[in-house]
Design a protein around this ligand. Structure first.
Ligand SMILES: *Cc1c(COP(=O)(O)O)cnc(C)c1O
Length: 395
């Protein structure tokens, strides 16, 4: 199946002409904005109550609009099934909680998404779950952190700000040999550029607020995996904790998904173009981008990702956080904002994120859909406005 078949048509009007007729010949499937569904008789109601997963009974359990979205997201990740949640954080926590119990130990890549770190560091210890954060660039670090009670390895490749990678296939092998489940946060690459399930990973999560929706207008999450794992999660964390995605959000995301292919293609090209130029500028000490040859895991990136994504960071040639701040403040096309993955280009300096971050010169960018030349001109004028040690070498 072509990606476009999934993005545009999979599951939409799946019964053909009759379903078009039932929705007034609408080209786009309608939104089922309803909390519950009615039944013609007690027998059919009883059947639905016995199989909420396979029926339309109540929208916390199942709704045709969210069901269509789940089907597409599963197909994009090459998964048997998927569940959609109210946020990426709800998806990460559901995936984690579904795989551990009291007394277990979790190994997590260091510097994951901040709320993922919070879950392990500040919340799960209350329930007797311990953790280790490890340097994800070394497979041996996972091996060394293994304990007899390690049951989950939690990954994020590439991860934000530094864009370090983990060798997903090697870590999946290691985990399987030790009866551990593996979960990868695949938000950065997205399902068109990286499919961790094909590398042996058990569950893939995304913050769908980012590339999957792609329009910066909603917050959502997804977990993809085998039928068995997803059915267990459906009964427990999904239905029981209730952090589901509403049909309206699901419908908006179906709209966003239809352009995922062309957005990722454009965003990857733009980011690559900007990184190549920035890497040559003497006022930029370092670029962090898996698809730039200077990245220490460039080979691994080319092996496990299908192409470049849209985020990167740079270290400006300064030790002075005020210089970094002035550079960011001088940008016009890149808006200062958290999050990423929409149509607009964004920038955030590490100093704004955390006062104790030891990287005063680190700035993260997210390429949007603006013209690449306009973005480069903006970067250049901001670099020009800032007094830097290497200014005299300016070309
Ligand atoms: C944004 C993000 C999350 C959290 O997702 P929300 O949709 O904001 O809850 C998790 N992981 C990564 C890598 C993210 O970028």
């Amino acid at each position: 199946m072509h990606t476009e078949d999934i993005l545009f048509s999979l599951g939409e009007h799946r019964d053909g002409p009759e379903e078009y007729a039932a929705s007034g010949q609408a080209v786009i499937p309608p939104i089922y904005q309803t909390a519950n569904f009615r039944f013609p008789n007690t027998a059919s109601l009883r059947r639905a109550l016995a199989d909420e997963y396979g029926s339309h009974l109540y929208t916390r359990g199942n709704n045709p609009t969210t069901e269509l979205l789940r089907k597409k997201l599963a197909a994009l990740e090459g998964a048997e099934d998927a569940l959609v949640f109210a946020s990426g954080v709800a998806a990460v926590s559901a995936a984690v909680l579904s795989t551990i119990k009291s007394g277990d130990h979790v190994i997590c890549v260091r510097d994951p998404y901040p709320w993922t770190a919070w879950l392990l560091r500040d919340w799960l210890p209350r329930f007797g779950v311990s953790h280790s954060f490890v340097n994800g660039t070394l497979v041996s670090a996972f091996q060394e952190a293994l304990q007899p009670n390690t049951r989950l390895i939690l990954l994020e490749s590439p991860n934000s700000f530094w864009f370090d990678l983990q060798d997903l296939a090697a870590i999946a092998d290691l985990a399987r040999a030790h009866d551990c489940t593996t979960v990868v946060d695949n938000s950065y690459a997205g399902p068109l550029l990286q499919n961790p399930l094909a590398m042996g990973i058990d569950l893939v999560v995304h913050s769908a607020s980012k590339y999957l929706n792609g329009h910066g207008d909603l917050v959502a999450g997804v977990v993809c995996g085998s039928s068995a794992r997803i059915r267990k999660m459906y009964r427990e964390e999904f239905q029981g904790l209730g952090g589901i995605l509403a049909p309206h959000e699901a419908w908006l995301m179906l709209r966003g998904l239809r352009t995922l292919g062309i957005r990722m293609e454009r965003i990857g090209k733009t980011a690559h173009f900007l990184v190549e130029k920035l890497a040559l500028d003497p006022r930029v000490r370092k670029v962090h981008y898996p698809f730039h040859p200077s990245h220490p895991q460039h080979e691994l990136a080319r092996r496990q990702m299908k192409g470049p994504s849209g985020q990167f960071s740079i270290e400006i040639a300064t030790e002075d956080p005020a210089v970094t701040e002035a550079f960011c403040d001088a940008l016009h096309c890149f808006q200062l904002a958290v999050s990423w993955g929409g149509f607009e280009s964004l920038v955030i300096p590490a100093i704004a994120k955390s006062a104790d971050h030891p990287s005063p010169a680190l700035v993260r960018f997210c390429a949007g859909l603006e013209h690449p030349d306009a973005l480069w001109e903006d970067l250049l004028q901001a670099l020009n406005q800032v007094e830097m040690p290497a200014r005299s070498r300016n070309r």
